[in-house]
Design a protein around this ligand. Structure first.
Ligand SMILES: [Zn+2]
Length: 445
């Protein structure tokens, strides 16, 4: 198998089910931007791919930010005067505002309510809230559950610690034929939320596992990091690696049943932006292209002006535009094996395009070469997808003057990249084409 044939040889349903199983395995863990939940998650990922776990001490200056104190939690509850746990962290880790400081006291209902968060529009869902950078505490619960709380004296307990420790992240580097790299990044800092965080992790792990067994031109770097502070930390500590990163993808929200969305990099017309657009355009499934904006996931950091990498983002329904976002309804039913499989296949097609996007020179450029005597003209497979596309051959011959990549040719001709690539391969075998360099970026890349 090669990257080119991956999507026809790998069963998207079975792969999707594998990814869904990994999501189910990671779902119960209380992750945060630091702490043992994140470590536990990375250790589980290490049973799938041999990633390195890095620890960065609290207080480390990373550009304009500082690595925060490490947060860990063991238990939390609110008990009524009959000693019943009316809010229980053991039932859902979303019940505690993530990064809550330790608390142990008795309070009235009205004081308790100042620390409660609900979603009145969705009275059965528990919201997800954080307080990373302000020392505070709180509980999240369904609106219905809050309405059931009566006047009473409540016992509050949050058995957490917030102290000097480390920020942990996972990194997996997969060397290729060249030092040029493709970066795949996903956040791994949310507790029991599936589409937001676990879907990106599952697709990234599956990509890494498959790429490891395939021949690769590019080197690949996978990052499993806490959102925002993790990307900032990695970038601040690895500035020397940035010149090698030629393309990158942030993966997030890739498991829901909405259509695929590709968000372009800040530069807007880089090779990966064009590759992703081309793949989606020919995917036969609904999709949308989004222009860059300085809001979203870690593409914000990779595309900050002083970093400015060619990093786009692949998602399905964009975050914040579905009601389940950051609630307990972003659960195991909200992500679908077939959608995970489709997201993985699209990633593989984008990477395959980047891997194969060479630039060629026509060795018989004065008038058309005679294809018939070489067995290339109306001989093989007509216009079918599997066979050689005659129009693709004519386009490749015409535009292979050393200044057009195969992606340039695919875009200009409207023919899908795989057909253009196959035509180039056949022409090269007949010595009508040679590669300009081993590898070049496209004209606009
Ligand atoms: Zn989120």
């Amino acid at each position: 198998m090669s990257l080119d044939t991956f999507h026809s040889e790998v069963d998207p349903v079975a792969t999707g089910q594998d990814m869904h199983r990994l999501i189910a395995e990671l779902f119960p863990i209380c992750r945060s931007i630091t702490g043992d939940g994140l470590r536990h998650t990375l250790r589980i990922l290490r049973t799938y791919i041999p990633l390195e776990m890095r620890e960065v001490p609290t207080g480390t200056q990373v550009f304009d930010w500082t690595v925060p104190k490490e947060w860990n939690i063991r238990d939390a509850f609110v008990k009524n005067s009959r000693s019943e746990r009316v809010i229980d962290f053991a039932k859902s880790n979303l019940h505690v505002v993530n990064y809550s400081i330790p608390v142990q006291r008795r309070i009235s209902l009205s004081e308790l309510k100042e620390h409660l968060y609900t979603i009145p529009e969705h009275p059965d869902w528990i919201p997800y809230r954080t307080t990373y950078y302000k020392e505070s505490w709180g509980f999240c619960l369904s609106h219905r559950q809050m309405e059931g709380l009566t006047e009473d004296e409540y016992e509050i307990s949050i058995d957490s610690t917030l102290k000097d420790g480390h920020l942990t992240y996972g990194e997996y580097f997969l060397p290729g034929d060249t030092q040029d790299e493709i970066l795949i990044s996903c956040h791994a800092c949310h507790p029991s939320l599936c589409n937001d965080n676990l879907s990106g992790i599952a697709v990234a792990v599956s990509l890494a596992k498959h790429l490891a067994s395939l021949p690769r031109h590019y080197s690949y770097r996978f990052l499993f990091i806490p959102g925002t502070i993790g990307a900032i930390t990695w970038l601040a500590l690895n500035e020397d690696k940035l010149p090698h990163i030629k393309h990158g993808l942030v993966l997030s929200g890739v498991g829901d049943d909405g259509k695929l969305h590709y968000k372009k990099s800040r530069r807007g017309n880089t090779e990966i932006d064009r590759a992703a657009s081309h793949v989606l355009q020919h995917s036969g499934t609904p999709y949308e292209l989004l222009e860059f904006s300085p809001y979203g996931y870690d593409e914000r950091q990779y595309c900050s002006p002083g970093i400015n990498l060619a990093v786009g983002r692949l998602s399905r329904t964009p975050h914040g535009t579905f009601p389940e976002y950051h609630t307990s309804a972003d659960n195991l039913e909200f992500v679908h094996p077939d959608k995970l499989g489709e997201s993985l296949a699209v990633c593989m097609k984008i990477l395959s395009l980047l891997e194969n996007n060479g630039t060629f020179v026509n060795l018989s450029p004065k008038c058309e070469p005679q294809l018939g005597k070489r067995g290339l003209y109306r001989m093989i497979g007509g216009q079918s997808e599997a066979g050689l596309n005659e129009m693709a051959m004519l386009w490749v011959l015409n535009l292979s003057d050393g200044s057009h990549s195969l992606l340039d040719i695919a875009e200009r001709s409207g023919i899908r990249f795989e057909s253009v690539q196959r035509a180039a391969k056949a022409l090269k075998e007949q010595l009508l084409l040679r590669e300009k360099f081993d590898f070049v970026s496209t004209a606009a890349g």
